[in-house]
Design a protein around this ligand. Structure first.
Ligand code: PMP
Length: 366
């Protein structure tokens, strides 16, 4: 059998799908450039440069003897601890192997073939991919030029087939949060509204308070960014207990592994460490925002996340090779001729700025 025979076994829409292009893997970059990991500035995935809470390794080895046992299928301790952090009862919290898994589960729960989900690009690409994968139709209601939501256009895109509206706030990759009035206007449409607050801790703006008034609201959060646990894979959704019970019907019983469960509990028990890291990142974000806007050929957008979205007048591939030569790896956005730069430590950020400054303009001047 050759590949064309094997393709017949695959769901036709998946066979036609493009693969998701993840950022490069750090050890691959070390190998490619024959250098050590601390010589590489990997600023392309919003990872927390300050790492996880220091007690994590010790907690994992202390509990390691229990890794032969399955975790609690209801994750009662973890959901209670998250509930306390968020300010809701455990019954409102569902945990997942990263918040991406929860988005997948929610879409699987609500979408039938051809049902529509409205989303607001430019935004996080995984939403569109998961809508398609769950047989939904992706309806784009593009953001305004300053990346705020265009609520009027969003309303115009609602149809009888609309099942949900997906909003990322703060938005990845642009860093813009949605205003409270905008979110209330979207909730009043009466469809399910899923708000991805992956970067909440970097702005402190949340729609959690709207949950009790609006049962059609679902909020997604993650431990990948503020808590530095991207590698353990832990996310959560906050939603009406009715939806939680429905998700319990379809999720795999042990979707969060025991190590991630411990990681979440340790992070929540030592909030001071992550809060200090978040504080350093947000103050660096503001410092770098000011400096980038003084570098000719670059425009940074105000951001409430742990990254900056920076448009450039330079040719993107020239910028890319210049940054790569200096072992700097942001995420690239060709459509906007822009990069998304995760905020690092001050000396790392200074290196990036120096590198942007040293880029020659196509005409030759700097
Ligand atoms: N939502 C947004 C907006 C993100 O940027 C990311 C990570 N890139 C995620 C969700 C995924 O989070 P997790 O690691 O919890 O799956």
């Amino acid at each position: 059998m050759d590949d064309s025979d094997l393709a017949k076994f695959i769901r036709t829409d998946i066979a036609k799908m493009a693969s998701y292009a993840p950022a490069p893997y750090l050890p691959d970059l070390e190998e490619k450039y024959a250098c050590q990991k601390d010589e590489i500035l990997k600023l392309d995935q919003g990872e927390n440069i300050y790492g996880p809470v220091p007690g994590l390794g010790e907690a994992l080895s202390r509990n390691g003897n229990n890794f032969n046992l399955y975790p609690d299928p209801e994750y009662k301790r973890l959901r209670s601890a998250i509930g306390k952090y968020v300010g809701v009862d455990r019954e409102y919290v569902m945990v997942g192997s990263g918040s991406d898994e929860l988005l997948d589960l929610i879409l699987r729960l609500i979408l039938g073939e051809g049902d529509e989900v409205v989303y607001c690009p430019p935004t996080y690409g995984m939403g569109a991919m998961l809508i398609g994968l769950n047989k939904g139709r992706i309806i784009a209601a593009p953001r305004n030029d300053d990346f705020s939501l265009n609520v009027r256009s969003l309303k115009d895109h609602i149809s009888g087939r609309t099942k949900a509206i997906l909003i990322c706030s703060p938005n990845n990759p642009t860093g813009k949060t949605a205003a409270r009035e905008e979110i209330e206007a979207v909730l009043s449409i009466g469809k399910l509204v899923i708000i991805d607050e992956a970067y909440f801790e970097f702005c402190d703006k949340t729609s959690i308070a709207l949950l009790h008034k609006h049962k059609n609201l679902i909020i997604l959060r993650t431990f990948s960014k503020w808590a530095g646990l991207a590698g353990l894979r832990l996310g959560y959704a906050v939603m009406d207990p009715y939806f939680i019970d429905e998700i319990f019907k379809i999720k795999l019983p042990f979707n969060v592994n025991a190590a991630a469960e411990i990681g979440g509990l340790v992070a929540l028990d030592n909030l001071a460490f992550a809060k200090a890291a978040v504080q350093k990142i947000t103050s660096e974000r503001e410092r770098i925002y000011g400096i980038v806007n003084d570098v000719p050929g670059f425009t940074a957008y105000p951001s409430e996340a742990n990254f900056l979205f920076i448009r450039t007048e330079h040719d993107l591939s020239a910028l890319k090779s210049h940054l790569e030569n200096n072992r700097i790896f942001p995420r690239y956005y060709e459509e906007q001729n822009a990069i998304r730069l995760t905020i690092g430590k001050p000396d790392q950020n200074n290196k990036v700025i120096a590198c942007l400054r040293s880029l020659k303009r196509p005409g030759g001047s700097r």
